[in-house]
Write a protein that binds this ligand. Structure first.
Ligand SMILES: [Fe+2]
Length: 505
């Protein structure tokens, strides 16, 4: 796996035209922006953990049935002061103004040394860094999740951990408005209008929970305070001890996972207090409200073995033999009652029965984001089993409990991203985009485009570059609406007449 995980990749700022086989849907016009660790040495220093690698952003521009690829490092990779403890990298959209052609991508670079919260505004057209933002200037958090939620207007909801006040370690939910609010001075950054939405005290002052994402419904926020915890004292001294961030995390399997629900209307935690079995969750899938309950789906592990396996030393050995997860990521569903006796609930936490297990062996989940916080049916994810390295792409139907998959020999897919067709009627009307790395020297890396409904391959755009394995991304559509509308109707007709499905698994 050295070929996939261990090597540094280079920036490639001139677009490289892809060779397209198949047919890219005419309506699919825009930029796929993706991010992942791509540089693992700085000078003589080498990172030990894949997640510590420096962000390398790359993009596929798709226009008129063709595609071009670019790749750019984050500024942090060029600034040694910012490199020592860098961590997972993600992208999320930010909307400047309401005009679609002003969309910029943002790169969330979550630092682990309690020193930097670097957030870079990137041009999606050139990958040029436009602005660097330090979260801490606007909200008192030391760490923030890599998966903020956002609404159609571009308002961002995120949460982070604050340890700035001694003895008051807490989790802070905060909101960044899309634009400068009415009545405020024009020309100022909307970051300055970031507001604290709600704070939740940590159950442990010196060892708050690690969390990578959280869930939202129309009216609530779901936060899991899990027994996978950060040791603040270890983190504070990690740099001088030459230790990495992962070594400051510990899973306490004897403890519970506490479920916090915050009412977005009152900005207060609800009275209902629940806990469940110990688990490790990186990714919430989705959540919604139904019949007096909050239903939320997560990818859960029974331990933290995933972290151990992403040490480069483990990945670069004979990984098939040596990188075995001791718990497989599982799609689990929880249904939390909102209305229980307040007196009881305020006295103690209520244990929640074991949740439903839907499907075993998937990670990096995505949904049709127009269904975020709402009842939904489909999960798109990378397929893994006992190894943390994805080997397939999965579409899981929660309703029928059936799945479709895409896989190919010597191909290593990343997170599958769903892009809806303009005017989509069904939840799965659209395409799946995934950047595929190959270990076959005869096969170039490529952007895979699947029909999201049937999971058949529509096209692949192969590029003659040394592409890195990425983690997350987003698609920013061009807004030439007239051309798109016309193309959409043609595509829908094509699909109706040619809807071959991949076999269920
Ligand atoms: Fe993530």
């Amino acid at each position: 796996m050295e070929i996939i995980y261990g090597r540094n990749r280079k920036e490639q700022l001139e677009p490289v035209r892809a060779k397209v086989t198949g047919k890219i849907p005419a309506w699919l016009q825009g930029t796929l922006l993706r991010n992942g660790p791509g540089m693992h040495t700085v000078g003589e220093s080498r990172y030990n953990h894949w997640f510590d690698g420096l962000a390398l952003l790359h993009s596929f521009t798709i226009r008129d049935g063709e595609s071009a690829h670019e790749c750019a490092a984050c500024a942090a990779a060029k600034d040694p002061k910012l490199t020592s403890f860098s961590y997972l990298t993600h992208t999320c959209p930010r909307f400047h103004g309401k005009l679609p052609d002003q969309h910029h991508g943002s790169v969330e670079k979550t630092s682990s040394n309690l020193r930097d919260q670097l957030h870079q505004e990137k041009s999606t057209k050139t990958l040029e860094t436009l602005e660097k933002v330090d979260y801490r200037k606007y909200v008192a958090v030391n760490l923030a999740t890599s998966h903020p939620h956002y609404d159609e207007a571009g308002n961002v909801l995120n949460m982070g951990t604050s340890i700035v006040e001694k003895g008051k370690t807490k989790y802070v939910i905060f909101k960044i408005p899309a634009t400068v609010p009415e009545g405020k001075k024009k020309g100022k950054s909307s970051w300055k209008h970031t507001e604290v939405f709600c704070s939740i005290p940590s159950r442990s002052l010196l060892s708050p929970s690690y969390y990578h994402s959280f869930g939202v419904t129309e009216n609530y926020v779901i936060f899991l305070e899990q027994p996978f915890r950060l040791d603040i004292l270890k983190m504070a001294t990690a740099y001088i001890r030459g230790m990495n961030w992962a070594s400051c995390l510990a899973f306490h399997r004897e403890e519970k996972t506490y479920i916090h629900i915050v009412d977005q209307r009152t900005r207060q935690p609800v009275q209902t207090k629940l806990y469940t079995d110990p688990m490790v969750v990186f990714h919430h899938v989705n959540a919604y409200e139904e019949d007096g309950c909050i239903v939320f789906d997560v990818i859960a592990y029974e331990d933290n073995s995933l972290y151990q396996l992403f040490y480069l030393a483990n990945l670069n050995r004979d990984f098939q033999e040596n990188t075995k997860l001791t718990s497989v990521p599982t799609l689990r569903r929880f249904a939390v009652p909102l209305h229980v006796d307040k007196v009881m609930a305020s006295k103690e936490w209520w244990g929640l029965h074991p949740p439903s297990h839907f499907l075993v062996g998937l990670e990096l989940p995505r949904v049709n984001y127009t269904h975020n916080g709402k009842r939904y049916r489909y999960v798109f994810a990378a397929g893994v089993q006992w190894s943390p390295v994805p080997t397939k792409i999965i579409k899981y139907d929660i309703l029928t409990k059936s799945s479709l998959k895409w896989t190919e020999t010597d191909c290593w897919p990343a997170e599958p991203l769903f892009v809806p067709v303009p005017g989509a009627k069904d939840e799965d009307d659209g395409v799946i985009l995934s950047a595929i790395v190959s270990t076959d020297p005869q096969k170039l890396p490529f952007l895979l485009i699947l029909d999201a409904k049937s999971f058949t391959e529509l096209a692949r755009a192969s590029i003659d570059v040394d592409m890195h394995m990425d983690l997350h991304g987003l698609f920013i559509p061009d807004m030439d609406s007239e051309a798109k509308k016309q193309a959409t109707s043609e595509e829908q007709r094509d699909r109706a007449s040619d809807c071959r499905g991949a076999p269920p698994t």
